[in-house]
Design a binder for this molecule. Structure first.
Ligand code: PXP
Length: 241
């Protein structure tokens, strides 16, 4: 059975919109696990726009199945990850001006920085996954760097404009997955997956883990809205009893 890692960054985004205390990503993590999440994924960005250091520290205490920390190779972040020791660290590219992670990490171009981060994380026994494009040369570089896993970015697939482009992306993901499995790498995928486009991805042989955030948090807001409003109405009504 493929593991589902639920990315709860957006819960922190709502909280940070007001610099308030709610909604608490730790509470969201507990509920996600009750719903069947096999793990929780968060991205501690260098600009701390959503998840904060304290969230990760608390999540480390609460998440017993699998805490996956998405992170850049920045010195300060690697240092923090080595202290918190998530169950898995996923190295991603990061640019301050982007809305979300754009494309995979080029582990050939950034070989030295990635090797340094992998070395430091593995020294404290944190397995490392590399978020890469589904390209054979990136898979080989990931293997040579000593990664434990790779996470193929499915953003290009999820943004495909035509059926032909979509099929082409699935073929690339299939080929890259087969190659990664043959090299002994664990295969994860994520980015842009939703309740519709996840099906073809979940059918790709070798996939062990999917990391999904935006579509799940978006759906949680909608399916929870009716109840949230009903409860507020009830509280207002009770003031006059
Ligand atoms: N995997 C990685 C490496 C990511 O950076 C993200 C976004 O933070 C995700 C998965 C989840 O993507 P989405 O929010 O589009 O489901």
């Amino acid at each position: 059975m493929i593991r589902l890692g639920v990315n709860i960054d957006h819960v922190a985004t709502v909280r940070q919109a007001r610099r308030a205390k709610e909604p608490d990503p730790v509470a969201a993590a507990v509920l996600a696990i009750l719903g069947g999440a096999d793990g929780i994924t968060v991205h501690l960005r260098e600009d701390r726009r959503h998840i904060q250091d304290q969230d990760v520290i608390q999540l480390r205490k609460v998440v017993k199945n699998r805490l996956n920390l998405e992170m850049s190779v920045a010195d300060e972040i690697v240092e923090f990850a080595c202290q918190v020791r998530p169950d898995e660290a996923t190295l991603v590219p990061e640019r301050r001006e982007e809305l979300t992670t754009e494309g995979g990490l080029d582990v050939i171009a950034h070989h030295a920085a990635v090797a340094n981060a992998i070395g430091r994380l593995r020294r404290v026994e944190v397995p490392v996954s590399l978020f890469i494009d589904p390209r054979l040369e990136q898979v080989e570089a990931a293997k040579n760097l000593g990664a434990d896993a790779i996470e193929f970015q499915t953003a290009t697939y999820s943004e495909a404009k035509t059926p032909a482009e979509r099929l082409n992306q699935i073929a690339l993901l299939q080929q890259a997955s087969a190659h990664a499995v043959a090299l002994g790498l664990h295969v994860h995928m994520g980015h842009g997956l939703n309740y519709w486009n996840v099906i073809d991805i979940a059918r790709i042989p070798g996939v062990e883990e999917l990391n999904i955030g935006h579509s799940i948090v978006s759906r949680a807001v909608l399916v929870g809205m009716e109840r949230a409003v009903r409860e507020m109405k009830e509280v207002i009504r009770s003031a006059h009893r």
